[in-house]
Design a protein around this ligand. Structure first.
Ligand code: PLP
Length: 429
């Protein structure tokens, strides 16, 4: 009897499993065509290929390198310990954390104690600004910032201005470059922070940080550099740059999203961002994201090996875009500096059309690009960066940012150069 029940259970169980398998096969057959048109990623010839779709939005985010995912994997299951736990599992995580800190510190020329792991550059920028202001408000109330910073720098400063602080928003020239002499002129004896980004996420212009830091060092004013778009793409060394605070984010260099780092120069007093734990030397409470941090370190190791060759591959592709698009299409303006420019950024304004229609048409042809700036208000407004470089509003509304990366090929660029003139022609009718 018992045996019968047991074998019946096994039989029912087997039928259920067979039924489930059948359903899975049916589901696969139905979904197969859908999977085909979705963004699928396939490893081919040792390189990752994004099938069917062409990705031109690497400045917005990058896909995780498969090697990064592989490195992260054990930290979700076998090695999931809390880095603050005293047992073996915890100590394993603590070791992985400190190894990763060493990798990041070494990559940017810092000491390990100068690195605070966090959730990314938005947090890093908020922490740096809030932490400096909180500790220095008795010394002054003035901040200098470039007019073309990312919103994660501008908005905390705008909030401080509403709270009674003063800010100088430094203008830039037509290519988006800050004039270091403008920093000299803007400094007062009440200046407590200067914030200039390393490279623009929109127009790709790289700023003369070394010249600015000579000025801030002489006056003993902390310099914050948002290096979100440069770390992993061009050399970044905190001592060569001469900055005191630097922010970076793993998802901009083929690491995972939601993890980054803030560099704080030894001896600089910055108030903690999150309270409630001893992690990160009490500068940022909360259990560390070990898998993410390990992934970021792996992403750095890959960048360290490939950065020069990737730059050499990307620069001619970028230049092809910068040269050909205005040749093939009338009424196009190239934005950003031609020389001091990220190797992967090409940015344009198109007369007589809107960014949204352009991006939608490209999307329909399987190409993902961006206008370069996020729409923050719901209504479309010209980007603050394009306004700052003097692009008139009608042109600014037709912005297109093409950013290339590790898996961009010459073929992708040619496909874009073929498609874009036709799209623009059809939209301008
Ligand atoms: C220059 C710059 N700063 C800050 C950020 C924000 O980074 P995160 O997504 O890590 O918060 C970005 C991301 O778009 C950026 O490009």
């Amino acid at each position: 009897m018992i045996l019968n029940i047991a074998s019946g259970f096994v039989l029912v169980n087997k039928m259920a499993r067979d039924w489930l398998k059948l359903k899975m096969v049916m589901c696969f057959l139905i979904c197969k065509p859908l999977i085909g048109i979705k963004l699928t990623i396939k490893k081919r010839q040792g390189r990752l290929q994004i099938m069917n779709k062409i990705y031109f939005d690497y400045a917005s985010t990058t896909p995780c390198d498969p090697e990064v995912v592989k490195a992260m994997n054990p930290y979700f299951y076998e090695k999931f310990g809390n880095a603050s736990s005293p047992h073996t599992l915890g100590r394993e995580s603590a070791k992985a954390l400190e190894d990763a800190r060493g990798v990041l510190a070494d990559f940017i020329g810092a000491q390990t104690g100068e690195i605070v792991f966090n959730s990314g550059a938005t947090e890093g920028n908020n922490h740096a600004i809030g932490g400096i202001v909180y500790n220095r408000m008795n010394q002054g109330d003035h901040i200098i910032v470039s007019a073309i910073e990312h919103h994660s720098i501008l908005e905390p400063i705008e909030q401080l201005v509403r709270d009674g602080f003063k800010a100088t928003f430094l203008p830039v020239d037509g290519n988006g470059l800050v004039d270091p002499q403008a920093v000299v002129k803007a400094v007062t004896d009440k200046t407590i922070l200067v914030a200039i980004m390393h490279a623009s996420n929109e127009i790709g212009t790289i700023q003369p940080i070394q010249e600015v830091s000579q000025i801030t060092k002489m006056r003993n004013i902390p310099l914050l550099v948002d290096a979100c778009q440069t770390v992993g793409h061009i050399p970044v060394d905190v001592n060569q740059l001469g900055c005191d605070l630097l922010t970076l984010s793993a998802h901009k260099f083929y690491g995972p999203k939601g993890v980054g780092g803030l560099y704080i120069r030894e001896g600089l007093d910055v108030a903690p961002f999150l309270l409630g734990g001893d992690q990160e030397r009490k500068r940022r409470a909360s259990t560390q994201n070990i898998a993410g941090i390990v992934g970021m370190a792996k992403a750095i190791e890959i960048c360290r090996e490939n950065m020069v060759s990737e730059k050499n591959l990307q620069t001619p592709l970028r230049d092809l875009l910068l040269e050909k698009i205005p040749q093939l299409i009338e009424g196009v303006k190239v934005n950003g500096d031609r020389i001091n420019r990220l190797p992967n950024n090409a940015h344009f304004s198109f007369a007589g059309l809107s960014s949204e229609s352009l991006l939608m048409s490209l999307d329909m042809q399987g190409m993902y690009a961006s206008m370069g700036s996020a729409c923050t208000s719901g209504a479309m407004e010209p980007s603050h960066v394009l306004q700052a470089i003097g692009v008139d509003d009608s042109l600014a509304m037709g912005a297109l940012r093409i950013t290339i990366g590790r898996w961009t090929t010459q073929e992708h660029i040619e496909d874009l150069l073929k498609a874009l003139p036709k799209i623009v022609k059809s939209l301008r009718i």
